[in-house]
Each structure stands twice: as structure tokens, then as C-alpha cells.
Design a binder for this molecule. Sequence first.
Ligand code: SAM
Length: 297
Amino acid sequence: MPESESWTVGRLLTWTTDYLQRQGASSARLDAEVLLAEALGCQRIQLYTAFHESVSEAARSVFRGLVRRRAAGEPVAYLVGHREFYSLAFEVTPDVLIPRPETEHLVVESLELLKERPESPPPQVLEVGTGSGAIAVAVARHAPACRVTAVDISASALAVARRNAHRHQVADRIEFLQSDLLAALPAEPAFDLLVSNPPYVSGPEWDQLAREVREHEPEQALVGGPTGTEVIRRLVEQADSRLAPGGWLLLEISPMILPAVRGILEEHAVYRNRRIVKDLAGLPRVLVAQVSPAGES
Ligand SMILES: C[S@@+](CC[C@H](N)C(=O)[O-])C[C@H]1O[C@@H](n2cnc3c(N)ncnc32)[C@H](O)[C@@H]1O
């Protein structure tokens, strides 16, 4: 970034947007704004009223460092240490997947189903593969009667998730547990709802993902095995014995693996009322299934 006496907020944003665009960033203007707000310690919206104000050398130096790392491919969320999900700010570190907007559909569907449940005894929710804790925390915040168990195989991800639960004042209703899928769960309780955004990228797909993802986000959070469905298959197999009669299974999927995951569910007669929820792009994104209610088989 060239030095100058008159680096205002506006000039810095214009210069940096152009620079990041040339480096191939797809949301260069937004990235520039988020990073400048971080360097200045202000909200992004405040930049608009400070457009003609000059920026101190100290703040510019911080900004330069962030822009350099962004240009080298580091995701903005890791650079600033947080990402918004379901209108809540979540801490993110390279130990956790950056929560994606399409995953909010899992929260919306979970909350809809929980509305139909009586509030007492408290509905029991299980999130498998909690990562940053985004889903567990958003559900706990918006369904205050429920109790959540959130598991992850990664101890370092669970540390981030716990901090996010404290940050949003739901730590007393979420129990975090390190577990390979459901293996370490105690025998009780049975769950009314199991929600998961599991790793579902296949080995070959991983090689095709953007460098930004491959080089910075945890592979264990994304890759589900050679076909992408290996973790889902184990999860579906384990889930039916842990869901209460009439309980719900909600899985995030990609359009690519939809036929395979449908096939896996069909192998388990216990899963009824299957339906697909599409995302805002019209793509199949969430698979919902219900285990047979009591008395039905
Ligand atoms: C796609 S990420 C989802 C993270 C977060 N729930 C979200 O939606 O942003 C999948 C998560 O599953 C965890 N995971 C992978 N394999 C697992 C396993 N066998 N048992 C439990 N968790 C697993 C990863 O560590 C990662 O945090």
C-alpha cells in the first residue's frame, strides 16, 4: 500500500478494494470494509460517516498487515476472529469451520419442529459436529425451553464452542462433549431432535475446493471420506437408537450427495416423513426425517 499524507477512510477502501480484486478476492469491497473496521476498532457501518477522515499511521499499519494476509488467501473471518450466524456474533479460529449462511436453514427447521413440542419436560436436542457451536447456540438462544448436548471429535473446536455458549449466555443449557459421533454419549437421555452439519465433502471434491478453504479451514470439518457420505452413514446408523419415538433427524447435505443420503435413509425403515429443504439458491440443503412414533413400526 503506497504511503501518503492523506489516506482517508474512503481512499483506503477504494485502493484496497482494487488491490484485493486484482488478487482474485470475490467480495473485495466487503473484505476491505471489514478489515478496516477491525484495524480502527469500530463497526463497519461507522466507516460511512468517517469517509473523509484520515487514518492514523498506527491503524494503517494494522490494516496493511490484515490486507496482506487476506491477499494471501486467509479468510476474513479468521483474520478478524468472528463471523455472524443467525444474527449472532460467533468467535471463530482456524480450529473451527467458518459457519456458512446456508447452515441457518438447519436452525430454522429445528426451531420450527421444536415449536411443536411441549416445553416440559424440556425438549432434548443433540448437535453432532458442533464446531464453533453456531447451531447449538442459535437453537438454545431461540428455544429457551430446550436442553442441548453438542458433540465434536475435536477438543480444540469444543473449546471455541464453549466460549461462544458463554458469550451468548446459554452455557447452562448446553452440554459439550468430545465424542466420535455418538460413541461417548451416556445412555440417557433419548433425543427429540438430532441436528448435524456433518463433514460431507468427498476426497476428489476437496482437491477442487478453493485454496482459501483447503489451506485454512480444518479438513476434518469438511471431508466425509472418499465418497463424502461415510460420516453420514455412520451417523444415520447410530442415530435411530438414540432418537426418542417420533424424534427428528436433520442433516445438512449438498446436492451432489442427496441421492446417496436418500439411499442410506431408505436402508433404515425407522426413518419416516422424509423431506428436503431447499436453500435460497433453490438447491437441496437439509434432509429431514422422523423416526417412527411410539406404537408404529
Ligand atoms: C461441517 S463442520 C460443522 C461445524 C458447525 N456445526 C457448523 O455448521 O458451522 C463438521 C464438524 O464435525 C466435526 N466432526 C468430524 N468428524 C466427526 C466425528 N466423527 N464425530 C464428531 N464430530 C466430528 C468436525 O470437527 C467439525 O467441527
